[in-house]
Design a protein. Structure first.
Length: 93
């Protein structure tokens, strides 16, 4: 991947020195040392923000499991939507 974007950060000299020293110890460039954990954290934050969580009671949980095990028949609207997706070449399965 060809990096074309630039990010500047202002920080006190002692903090930059700390980062430089740690990067040297690990044998990587300063930008790699700083960027790798930042990207990991960014991916985690985004994944957690976009995750869907459902909370339910015991009986509600059982109802969800029963519905998954025995789903209702598709409605006419759903069948039409599935047909439109097929006709458009969209992979929905």
């Amino acid at each position: 991947m060809n990096a074309t974007e630039r990010l500047e950060v202002r920080l006190p000299p002692d903090e930059k020195g700390l980062l430089v020293r740690a990067a040297e110890i690990e044998g990587v460039k300063l930008s790699q040392f700083v960027l790798a954990p930042a990207l990991r954290h960014a991916r985690k934050v985004i994944a957690e923000a976009e995750a869907t969580t459902i909370t339910t009671s015991g009986p509600g949980y059982q109802k969800i499991l029963d519905t998954l095990a025995h789903p209702p028949q598709p409605t006419k609207a759903l069948l039409q939507a599935m047909q439109r997706y097929d006709e458009a070449g969209i992979q929905w399965r």
